[in-house]
Each structure stands twice: as C-alpha cells, then as structure tokens.
Ligand binder design. Structure first.
Ligand code: G3I
Ligand code: 9MR
Ligand code: ZN
Length: 596
C-alpha cells in the first residue's frame, strides 16, 4: 500500500551539498516534502541513530515550493552518507570530513590555468585538455593602426576576450584571500610554475597581472578590453582568427587596475621586489590619471561590436577602491606632478597620502549617498565587477597600519556588517539562502557566493574592532550595532556554499565534476570545440537567470518559472550556463576560507 502511494506521489526532492560538510559545522539539507528522514552510512548500509530535525521553513518563492529544512548537525563522524525518507526518496551521497573542501578549492584555482591565453597547455599540466597557444599577435588599438603587444592573461569566460576590470577584480578576490588566510594556499595544483617556491595562487595571478600591466597606456589610463569585434564561433582558441582589438581607456578599468596593482605590489614584495615596485609605479600612474580625469567615462560597445561591455553608470565605488588601496600601499613622498584635491588645501604641506585619503572620503560619502541604508531586504554585495565597494572596505579594514584612521575604518566595518546582517536575515525563511527573486540575474551564482564572501569578511572584520580605544576624552568602548557574531556569519556563509554545491531547487551542483548531479555542459567555447565529452573540472557556471536571455533557456522556462529553476545545463544557454573568471574566484575565496 505504502509503495503505491509513493508511486502516485512521484519522486520528491532531497537536495544537499553534494561535496559535503565539515564535521563540526551546522548541516542542513532541504526537501520539498515533509516526512521522517534518516542519515544512512553508505559503507555500512545502515541508518544512523543521529536525529534529523525537520522544520517547515515555509513557502520559498524562488524555489517554487514549500521548503523543509533537514538539520543533521549531530552527524560529526567522518564518512560517506546519504539522506533517505520514510517515503523511499533519497539524496545523493556526500562526505563529512575535516578537509572536505580541499579538492574543490584546488580545482577552482586550477581552473585559471585552463583559461590561460597565449601559451600552450601541456599534457603534463592539462592532461586530455592540452591545447596549443592562442592569440599571440599584437592587438590593434580601435580605429587606428597603433599596435600594442599583448601576451598572457586569462580568457574571461566562455569567450576569448580579456577585459581589464574583470581581470582586476578576479585577481583581487584571489590576492585578498591569500593576504587574509595564506594558510589555505599550501598545496600545489600542477601548473608550470609549481614548486618554484612561490604559492601557486600567486603564480597563477602573476599570469594575469603580466597581461594587465600591458593594458596601461602611456598616460596611466587603462584600456577597457582586448577582444575581437564580434564573438568568434565555437572554435578552439588557437583557431580563432578574428583580429583582436584594444578598446579605449575607461575610468572603470583604470581604477580597478590601480587597486589590483597595489595589492600585487604588497603580496609580491618578498618574492619579486622588482615586480612589486613596478606594480606600485603602474598603480601610482593610474591614480594620477584618475585625478586628472574625474568623470566616469563608462563604456559602451561601438556600432556592430557585440563582445562583453562591462558597463557601469557609476565609477564612484571603483575610485573609492583605488584610493583606498593607494592610501594603504603607496608610501611614496609627494612628487612635483602630484595632483592636489582642492586648491584651498595648497597652503598646507600636503602629502601624497593626504591626497588619497581626501579622495577616498569624498568617494565614500558619495557612495553612501547613492546607497542609503539597505531596506533590510536586498542589498549590493560590493564584491563583483560592477560594484566594488566591499573591495574598498577590505583595503581599509584590514590595513595593519590603519592609515585611513579609526573613524573611517569603523564606517567601513558598519557598511560590511550591515550587508552581512541583511544576508543572515534573508536566510531565515524558505531555503537557507540569501537570495530574493530579483537577485537571480545573469551570473546569480556569483551573487550567492559573493554573499558568502561578504559574510566571511564580516566575521573577520569583527576581530578588527578593539574592545576599547584611547580618545582625547579617555578610553572609549567600541561597539557595533546588529546582532550577529562571527559564528553566525560563518554558518550563513556555509549555507550559501551548500546552495552552489547542490542544496537548491534544481538539485544540481553548479561546479563541474563536484557532485553526483554536477553540471556537465557549460557555455565554454573550449569545452564545445574540444569534442571531449567531459567538462573541464572546477568551473562554476553562472546559474539561474530570470531574464530568460538566450533562446535555449526560453524553450524551458517562462515568466511563471520559479527563479531557481530558470536554468539549463546546456552549452547554448549562455545566460545561465557560461563560466567566468570572477565567478570562480568568488567561490574560490569562500572555499579557501573553509579549507584553511
Ligand atoms: O546594475 C544593474 C542594476 O542596477 C539593474 O537594476 C539591473 C536590472 O537589470 O541590471 C544591473 O546590471 C546588470 C549586471 O549584469 C549586473 O548584474 C546588467 O543589466 C546585466 O546586463 C549584466 O549582466 C552581465 C552580462 O555579461 C551581460 O552583459 C553579467 O553581469 C556579466 O557577468 C556578463 O559578462 C560576460 C561578458 O560580458 C562577456 N564574457 C562573458 C561574461 C560572462 O557571461
Ligand atoms: O559566447 C558569448 C558569451 O561569452 C557572452 O556572455 C554572451 C553575451 O554577451 O554572448 C555569447 O555569444 C552569443 C552572442 O551574444 C549571440 N550569438 C550567440 C553567441 C553564442 O554562441
Ligand atoms: Zn587566447
């Protein structure tokens, strides 16, 4: 009788992080159906005594169903398990293990090697994904004959463009991760530089920094992108015969470049002092350009051009990040040519740092004016290519010399923690996921993982608040509003990771080769053209997008489709299933934090 009921009702979903859980972490899975649930040890084939608490978390609009949260935090012993219900439904198998995210972390990093442009990928390092060198000719500056030599860098995504802002933000995710928790980067990932005494995360970022350094014009401005005029077909990169064009300088690229080069000059100082100095000089030049060019240039493709735009109506946050990083990093004394922020300040002996600080404050005030306190629902994460305000906050908050001063640092911590508090509260109902329907935009998985990163950063920022500090009026207690603490932030960050790795309405892991139901067919020209029936491992795809912005997804979703289900694992669905460097680096940041 029971069997029949199950048949009639059909299979129900039990979805879970398919990679697994850290032994001491809170462990949640979700189901769309109530019932009794059990944890089964895969090796023994037996149900565990450990309780699975089932909570009705209410209807989830983005999942399109009632959500039951299954809490099995009691399971702490390392092993391989799955969840099953009294109705006979089961989840895929997952691990509980102390270093459960290690191979994920390393695959997310190795991904960047597979994106390398301008070099051969050898069998030794790429295995079956070996390929020939691509895009080695100089590029032509748009609208003229000027040739600019260009080498190295990563292909941006499923296309072969190289975009300065995208590259700079990606490198920043990775280098900040390295600065904040270097202990996560002790393993090598079999790239040509492995074993040279420099951590592979720095070896890999160096490959992109070498490209970026060639994208700066003589006056300090940075070109927006080097791409063909239109996207090429699904061909291998070395077969792409479209001419590469360098597009004009933008304030967005120049600011992101300045910030990334500052971080690089710190991080590489011990390993390669000459390179570090040259990064600092280039960052300084970019900073000078920004001060001479106060308008947002923005960027729009010229007529007939269809490659990525990375357009942005505001460059306030980019400038804020650039000046925050310059303030923290550029210890140079004032030069003859240095720009002054206001003529009225000319009387005072103004240092270069005074100038950066003044600019930082101006931009931060402008930013907050445009972004008043969040309404407690949705909010920018500030950790993507378009809004980089959290990156600016990182530069200020984690400066060991606190060059911005306590007041500004405190305001940055407040901005960061306010965001984190919103994300914690968004997890309270339905899926334990900080995402509203309108957040399922192009690259929604980056929003999910950026929110994890913000939560992680907020947990680290709390450590930066001293219990007390000296003021003119004597000692003063330092407090922060909001109710969260580090462990709540970390728990919420892990929930975001669980979504990416399988705890979602698609019951899919969005990282290739990680999970029994992992995505298999990303929009990546290499992966389509190589004719290999396996995807390159460690790629996070963009994920559900409610805009239904390509013909493939339109066949499978309409306006009534729940946001989490506006997704199709097919290479033709570029608006839901592409890959991108700053999506991987965003997830790498979180994975590395939880495997440090
Ligand atoms: O910021 C605005 C927001 O204010 C507004 O309310 C909202 C409404 O639609 O749009 C927001 O901007 C969107 C932006 O993503 C931020 O999420 C843009 O409209 C949207 O077009 C943009 O999508 C971008 C997509 O290109 C299309 O341009 C993705 O973020 C970006 O990751 C993706 O990047 C592409 C490159 O162009 C080319 N290479 C592949 C790469 C990955 O798909
Ligand atoms: O492959 C392109 C991808 O990298 C971009 O993100 C996307 C949006 O700009 O466009 C893809 O290219 C498509 C083009 O825009 C329209 N024709 C089909 C292309 C995919 O084959
Ligand atoms: Zn290339």
């Amino acid at each position: 009788m029971k069997k029949n009921i199950i048949k009639i009702m059909g299979k129900k979903m039990i979805s879970v992080n398919e990679t697994g859980f850290l032994p001491e972490a809170v462990k949640l899975a979700i189901s769309d159906t109530p019932g009794e649930f059990y944890i089964v040890d895969d090796n023994e084939g037996t149900r565990l005594e450990a309780a699975v608490d089932v909570n009705n978390a209410g209807h989830d609009e983005t999942a399109g169903c009632e959500v039951y949260r299954l809490d099995f935090s009691e399971v702490k012993a390392p092993g391989i398990y799955h969840i099953e219900s009294d109705r006979g439904d089961r989840s895929v198998s997952f691990k509980v293990e102390p270093h459960v995210y290690k191979s994920l972390k390393n695959a997310l990093l190795k991904f960047f090697y597979f994106q390398r442009c301008g070099c051969e990928l050898s069998e030794k390092h790429a295995g079956i994904f070996k390929r020939s060198a691509c895009h080695t000719s100089p590029v032509k500056l748009l609208g003229g004959n000027k040739e600019i030599p260009l080498s190295k860098g990563w292909h941006d995504a499923g296309d072969y463009g190289r975009y300065a802002s995208a590259g700079a933000v990606t490198v920043a995710h990775m280098l900040y991760a390295y600065e904040l928790f270097p202990e996560a980067f002790n393993e090598t990932v079999n790239i040509p530089e492995s074993g040279n005494g420099i951590p592979d995360i720095l070896n890999e970022c160096r490959y992109e920094l070498d490209l970026l350094s060639q994208m700066q014009a003589e006056d300090g401005g940075v070109y927006h992108k080097a791409t063909s005029y239109v996207f090429c077909d699904y061909v291998m990169p070395d077969e792409d015969d479209k001419e590469m064009v360098m597009f004009p300088v933008t304030s967005l690229s120049t600011a992101d470049f300045a910030a990334a080069m500052c971080i690089a000059s710190r991080v590489y100082a011990d390993h390669d002092p000459d390179f570090a100095r040259s990064c600092m000089h280039q960052a300084y030049m970019a900073g000078q350009w920004l001060m001479s060019n106060p308008e947002n240039t923005d960027f729009h493709n010229p007529e007939g051009c269809n490659t990525g735009e990375y357009t942005d109506t505001s460059d306030i946050d980019e400038r804020m990040w650039a000046f925050a990083e310059l303030l923290r990093t550029d210890t140079g004394v004032k030069n003859e040519g240095d720009r002054s922020i206001t003529a009225s300040r000319a009387n005072k002996e103004e240092t270069r740092q005074d100038i950066y600080l003044a600019h930082l404050i101006v931009e931060f005030d402008l930013y907050l004016k445009d972004h008043p306190h969040s309404d407690g629902r949705s909010t920018d994460d500030g950790f993507g290519w378009q809004d980089v305000s959290t990156l600016a906050a990182v530069a200020v908050i984690f400066d060991p010399e606190n060059k911005a001063g306590w007041e500004l640092k405190k305001r940055m911590i407040d901005m960061l923690c306010e965001r984190a508090d919103v994300f914690v509260s968004l997890q309270k109902e339905g899926c334990p996921l900080a995402m509203l329907k309108q957040d399922f935009v192009w690259g929604s998985n980056m929003l999910v993982s950026n929110r994890a990163d913000v939560l992680i950063l907020a947990s680290l920022a709390l450590e930066q608040i001293p219990a007390e500090r000296e003021t003119d009026r004597g000692p003063e207690k330092c407090t922060r509003g909001g109710g969260s603490d580090s462990s709540i932030y970390e728990e919420a960050a892990l929930n975001q990771l669980h979504y990416i790795l399988g705890m979602n309405a698609m019951d899919l892991s969005y990282v290739t080769c990680f999970g029994e139901h992992a995505v298999k067919d990303p929009h990546n020209r290499v992966a389509v053209a190589d004719k290999i029936d396996r995807p390159i491992p460690g790629e996070m795809v963009g994920g559900p997008c409610i805009w239904l912005a390509d013909d493939e997804i339109k066949k499978y979703a309409d306006a009534g489709t729940p946001a989490q289900k506006c997704y199709r694992d097919h290479y033709l669905s570029y608006s839901t299933n592409e890959i991108a460097i700053y999506w991987n680096s965003s997830l790498l940041f979180a994975a590395a934090f939880f495997d440090r």
